[in-house]
Design a protein around this ligand. Structure first.
Ligand code: SF4
Length: 667
C-alpha cells in the first residue's frame, strides 16, 4: 500500500489536504490531512467515497460517438484519434462556413483548479475565435457587488471565526457546503459568541442559533437597509470610521432611510422584534463577522442584496480586529500570480453569451446561429435554467454537441460525441482556495481509468489538429505551471513554498486583518457604498427593491439549495433516492398533501413530478427542491431547473435559481 498527499480541488471553500491510499494501482482509501487550516483530519462523505465515482459503472472509459438518434443511448466506441478527427473536421467546417462564433464553449468549475478550469481549453477557444461565455451560475453578482464596494479585498479567514463574538450566516448553510466551518463556529460559541442565521429555511445551524431570521427569498435588501437605517438613527454607525474610509455615506444613509424595521419586516415576513434584536446584537458585538453565501444572490435583487449586506460592517465599523468584517462566498486572497499567465492568450472581441441564458441564445441568436456546443467541466441539463427548452435544443440535429466528462451525465446522454475525462486523482491540479486562503499543488495519484484524458491533453491535441500551436506556447501541465509562477515577482517564493510543503500562503497573508493588513482594492482604497458603475447597471439604481413576483396562480417561492451529498450536480449518478419537494405544514394542509404523496410542481416554464415532504423547517410560502438532481431522480425526468426561468438578477447577469414562483398539487 502506498500513501500519497494531494488536495481536493472540488468546488468547495474548505480546500482539504488529502492522504490517498493506493494499492495495486487503485485508490482504496481517502482521508483528510492537517495541512490546511480547518480540515483537521476529516473530510466530507462526498470525497471519502470518491472511489464510487472513480470506479463506478457510469464512468466513461473510451470516446463514444452516437449511433442512433440523439438521446437514444446507442453509442459506438472509437479511438481518440478518430474522435479528434471528427471533432476537428466539424469545427473547421463550422468556422469556414458560419464563422467561429457559431462555436460556444460551455464550461464551469468541474474540478475547479487553475489547470482544469481554464488552461489550454481557454487558449483553444480564444485562438479559434469562438463565442465567449459569461459564467453566471455562482458568484457573478457577489463578485461585482463586493468589488464595487471594496475592490479586491480579502475577507475574514474561516479559521479566524474562532475569534468572533458574533457570527452571522446570511444565505449559507455550512452544514451542507462547508462542513469544516461548523466546528470553528462551535468553538467560537463555546467562547461566548452568538450565532445569527438568515435563511428562509430552519437549517440545522438555524435551529440552534441564537436568532434565526427566516426571510422571504429575495427580501434581503429591505432587511439589510432597515438595519443600516437603524444603525444610523440609533447612533450605532461608526461615523469616524466612515469619514476616514468610506465614500457616498450620505447617499447610502438616504437610500436606507426608505426602510423602517416594521416595513422591512412586513416585506420579508419577519417579526419586527427579531429584526430589531439583530440590529442591537450586531451593533454591540465585536468582533462580528458576516458570512454571505450563494443563496442571497440568486434572485431578482441579488446584487443589491449582497451589496446592502456587505455595507453593514462598514456602517457599524466592524473591521480592524481579527474575526471582524465579512467573508463573501467567493472570498479571495492576493496571490500576485494568475492562471491567465499560463494560457497567454487574450480574450478575443467576439460575442459573449450568458451561460444562464443559453436557451435564449440557442433559440434566438443569428449571425451566426449556434452550431456547436462544446461542454466540459459542466452538466448543463442538470444545472442551467429553463431545462425543458435546453433538452429540446440539445436534441436538434443541426447542433453539434461534444461533451468531455468523467461519467455519463444527462448532458452527455444527448451529445454527438462523448470524451472520457480524468478526475482530480488522475491529473495534476493547482488550486487556490476561495474560502481557505491557501494554494495547493495536487499531483495525480493514480493512472487514469480507461482512456480518460485531462482537459489540457484534450485541448492540447485539438490545438495541434487545427494547426494552432505557436512557438513558445506552454503545452504541458509542467510548462503551464512554470509560466504561471514566472509571471510575477511573488511567483518564485510561492513555487518554493509549494515545492517544500505542497501548500502556499498568499502575499496578502493567510489571515489578514482588514484595515490593518489590507485595505480596499478600489483605486482610492476607500469603501464605495454606492459605486457609480453598479448604480448605473442595477435597474432603478443600486439598492432598489423589486417586490415579490408571487401571484394567485403561482404563490409559492421555489428555492434550490445544495445537497450535502453532492457538489452541485457532481456525484448525482450515485444517488438512487427520488427527489422530494419540501413544503410547510400549512401549505401542505391547504392542498391536502401529506408526506410521501406523489405531487406535481409547475409554472409557465415547466413541471416536475416528485414526492412531497411536509417539513416544519420550511416557512409558509416557500418550497424547496434541491439543485443538482439528475433526470432519473424525478418521475417525469425534469428537475427544479425546469421551473427556473432564464431571468437574471439586477447585477452581472447572475442566474436566479431561487426566484421561481410555482404551484403544487397532488398527482
Ligand atoms: S469537497 Fe470540501 S469538505 Fe469535501 S474533501 Fe473537498 S474540500 Fe474537503
Amino acid at each position: 500500500m502506498e500513501q500519497h498527499s494531494t488536495a481536493c480541488p472540488l468546488d468547495c471553500p474548505d480546500l482539504c489536504g488529502l492522504t490517498v491510499s493506493v494499492e495495486n494501482g487503485r485508490v482504496v482509501d481517502i482521508q483528510g490531512d492537517r495541512r490546511g487550516p480547518i480540515t483537521d483530519g476529516f473530510i466530507c462523505g462526498k470525497v471519502r467515497k470518491f472511489t464510487d465515482h472513480l470506479y463506478g459503472t457510469d464512468r466513461i472509459a473510451a470516446p463514444l460517438v452516437r449511433d442512433g438518434a440523439k438521446g437514444s443511448g446507442l453509442w459506438r466506441t472509437v479511438s481518440w484519434d478518430d474522435a479528434l478527427t471528427l471533432i476537428a473536421t466539424r469545427l473547421q467546417l463550422i468556422r469556414a462556413t458560419s464563422g467561429a462564433e457559431a462555436i460556444v464553449p460551455y464550461h464551469y468549475g468541474g474540478s475547479n483548479g487553475w489547470l482544469t478550469d481554464g488552461g489550454l481549453a481557454m487558449r483553444f477557444f480564444r485562438r479559434l475565435g469562438a463565442s465567449n461565455l459569461d459564467r453566471t451560475y455562482c458568484g457573478a453578482a457577489t463578485t461585482v457587488a463586493t468589488q464595487g464596494l471594496y475592490g479586491r479585498m480579502p475577507g475574514v479567514a474561516l479559521e479566524d471565526y474562532e475569534h468572533a463574538k458574533l457570527i452571522v450566516l446570511w444565505g449559507v448553510n455550512p452544514a451542507a457546503t462547508s462542513i469544516h466551518l461548523v466546528p470553528v463556529i462551535d468553538r467560537a460559541r463555546a467562547n461566548g459568541a452568538k450565532l445569527v442565521v438568515v435563511d428562509p429555511r430552519a437549517t440545522p445551524l438555524a435551529r440552534r442559533a441564537d436568532l434565526h431570521l427566516a426571510v422571504r427569498p429575495g427580501a434581503d435588501v429591505p432587511v439589510a437597509l432597515a438595519a443600516i437605517h437603524a444603525l444610523f438613527t440609533r447612533g450605532h454607525a461608526n461615523r469616524a470610521f466612515l469619514a476616514e474610509h468610506a465614500a457616498e455615506v450620505d447617499e447610502l444613509e438616504r437610500r436606507a432611510s426608505a426602510w423602517s424595521i416594521e416595513d422591512a419586516s412586513r416585506e420579508a415576513g419577519l417579526d419586527p422584534a427579531d429584526l430589531d434584536a439583530f440590529v442591537e446584537l450586531y451593533a454591540r458585538s465585536s468582533p462580528a463577522v458576516i458570512r454571505t453565501g450563494w443563496g442571497m444572490e440568486r434572485n431578482r435583487n441579488g446584487g443589491s442584496g449582497i451589496a446592502s449586506v456587505l455595507a453593514l460592517p462598514a456602517v457599524a465599523g466592524k473591521f480592524g480586529v481579527r474575526g471582524g468584517g465579512y467573508t463573501m462566498a467567493n472570498n479571495d486572497a492576493k496571490w500576485g500570480v494568475s492562471a491567465e499567465a499560463g494560457i497567454a492568450e487574450p480574450t478575443p472581441p467576439t460575442r459573449s453569451i450568458n451561460m444562464s441564458q443559453i436557451t435564449t441564445a440557442l433559440q434566438t441568436l443569428t449571425a451566426p446561429k449556434i452550431e456547436c456546443l462544446f461542454v466540459f467541466n459542466c452538466n448543463p441539463v442538470a444545472t442551467a435554467p429553463d431545462q425543458r427548452t435546453l433538452i429540446e435544443e440539445l436534441r436538434r440535429d443541426d447542433l453539434f454537441v461534444v461533451v468531455h466528462d468523467q461519467v455519463m451525465t444527462d448532458t452527455a446522454a444527448l451529445a454527438d460525441i462523448v470524451l472520457p475525462a480524468t478526475t482530480f486523482l488522475e491529473h495534476r491540479e493547482l488550486r487556490r482556495g476561495y474560502g481557505v486562503m491557501r494554494m495547493f499543488d495536487s499531483p495525480a495519484v493514480v493512472a487514469p481509468v480507461g482512456e480518460a484524458r485531462s482537459n489540457n491533453q484534450l485541448f492540447g491535441a485539438l490545438l495541434e489538429r487545427l494547426d494552432m500551436v505557436r512557438p513558445g506556447d506552454a503545452m504541458t501541465d509542467e510548462a503551464i505551471v512554470a509560466q504561471v509562477f514566472a509571471s510575477a515577482p511573488e511567483g518564485a517564493a510561492l513555487q518554493a513554498e509549494l515545492a517544500a510543503s505542497a501548500v502556499a500562503t498568499p502575499s496578502s497573508g493567510a489571515r489578514p486583518i482588514t484595515f490593518v493588513d489590507v485595505l480596499p482594492g478600489t483605486p482610492d482604497q476607500k469603501i464605495h457604498l454606492v459605486p457609480a458603475e453598479l448604480d448605473r447597471e442595477a435597474p432603478g439604481g443600486l439598492y432598489t427593491y423589486h417586490p415579490d413576483p408571487r401571484s394567485e396562480e403561482f404563490p409559492l417561492a421555489l428555492i434550490s439549495p445544495a445537497l450535502a451529498t453532492q457538489i452541485s450536480s457532481t456525484f448525482g449518478q450515485l444517488r438512487s433516492a427520488q427527489a422530494s419537494l419540501e413544503l410547510s405544514i400549512n401549505d401542505a394542509a391547504v392542498r391536502g398533501i401529506q408526506t410521501g404523496d406523489a405531487i406535481r410542481v409547475w409554472n409557465l416554464h415547466g413541471e416536475v413530478h416528485c414526492i412531497a415532504k411536509v417539513a416544519s423547517e420550511i416557512r409558509d410560502g416557500v418550497v424547496v427542491l434541491p439543485k443538482g438532481l439528475w433526470r432519473k431522480h424525478t418521475a417525469n425526468g425534469y428537475t427544479s431547473n425546469a421551473l427556473i426561468p432564464p431571468n437574471v438578477a439586477d447585477l452581472a447577469g447572475q442566474a436566479t435559481f431561487n426566484d421561481a414562483r410555482v404551484q403544487v398539487a397532488r398527482r
